[in-house]
Design a protein around this ligand. Structure first.
Ligand code: AMP
Length: 147
């Protein structure tokens, strides 16, 4: 019953600000960045995968360590020297879970089944931040605790 209500409700502005990692705190790269820069950002931030944004801060896709390493995998070794030959656009995926700020919590929950994070956009498509599976589960847990 509570979960049904939660599923159909919009995430309140309060919850959004609580759940969302805002844009300025999200590690990201741009599609024209060379792969060595992207790998550096991924390693330094410690994340498996991060959003790819364009110059106007709109979401273009996501890129992860696995895709980058796969692109420089030779027959016998990882050819690190090839990292600067490629750009993020060569390996990124444009398939990225995204939703508008005013969509329902059910959508965030559904997207988080298959994705560790969901990109949140405003109505013009500008990137506002990400919601992680961890924060979505934490919100459900908090509501369940209240029962
Ligand atoms: P977490 O639930 O904290 O493990 O985060 C899940 C995934 O969300 C991570 O593996 C990253 O892909 C992404 N993520 C979380 N926090 C950030 C951040 N500050 N910047 C970029 N990506 C993030």
């Amino acid at each position: 019953m509570l979960l049904q209500t939660l599923k159909n409700s919009q995430i309140t502005d309060n919850e959004i600000s609580e759940l969302m990692i805002s844009q300025e705190k999200v590690a990201h790269v741009q599609s024209n960045n060379p792969l060595d820069h992207a790998l550096l950002v991924l390693i330094k931030s410690g994340y498996t995968s991060i959003p790819v944004l364009d110059k106007e801060y709109k979401v273009q896709g996501q890129v992860g360590k696995a895709q980058i390493l796969d692109s420089i995998l030779g027959m016998e070794r990882i050819e690190m020297e090839r990292l600067h030959e490629y750009f993020v656009s060569d390996v990124m995926t444009t398939k990225v879970p995204r939703m508008k700020k005013d969509e329902t919590f059910g959508k965030a929950l559904m997207l988080s089944i298959n994705h560790p994070f969901v990109c949140i956009e405003d109505n013009e498509g500008a990137f506002l931040g990400i919601m992680t599976r961890r924060s979505i589960l934490a919100l459900i847990h908090r509501h369940l605790e209240k029962i």
